[in-house]
Design a protein around this ligand. Structure first.
Ligand code: HEC
Length: 127
């Protein structure tokens, strides 16, 4: 069991740094090139205060849940034509799983919901 945990811990959230070039998350997160990603699931698209969204994003009518997010992050321009998020998308379903699991940890105040972090998944490196 111990070795299994270590294996899971090693490569987890490897895709998240790609988002961090443009997005912040956590208690002190600020809008950057892209909007803060705290509390994403359940949030309406285009609603982070102080971020200048494209009208395509703001008017997309999306409320982010796991299904819409997975579709979007595979190919952002296909899901929201006209988005100003310049990102080609994550093609590997495992990368998408990583990012979903990572985003789910943060509530809308950027606090970590510690109870859903399985023991052994060391997250310190990607923050
Ligand atoms: C090159 C910069 C860049 C990268 C890299 C990037 N984003 Fe974005 N993202 C943006 C911008 C800019 C927007 C705003 C889009 C708009 O207004 O059209 C955005 C919007 C979003 C939104 C919609 C937010 C909302 O409030 O509606 C989500 C979700 C998102 N990004 C997630 C991600 C994730 C997850 C990654 C990594 C896999 C990522 N982004 C990588 C720049 C980026």
């Amino acid at each position: 069991m111990r070795s299994l945990v270590l294996v899971l811990g090693a490569g987890i959230f490897a895709s998240v740094p790609q988002c961090k070039a443009c997005h912040q998350i956590g208690e002190n997160a600020k809008n950057a090139v892209g909007p803060v990603l705290n509390g994403l699931f359940g949030r309406k698209a285009g609603t982070i205060e102080g971020f200048a969204y494209s009208s395509a994003n703001k008017n997309s009518g999306i409320t982010w849940d796991e299904a819409t997010f997975r579709e979007y992050i595979k190919d952002p321009k296909a899901r929201i034509p006209g988005t100003k998020m310049v990102f080609p998308g994550l093609k590997d379903p495992k990368q998408i799983d990583d990012v979903v699991a990572y985003l789910k940890q943060f509530d809308s105040a950027g606090k970590k919901k510690a109870e859903i972090v399985p023991a052994g998944r060391k997250l310190a490196k990607v923050q």
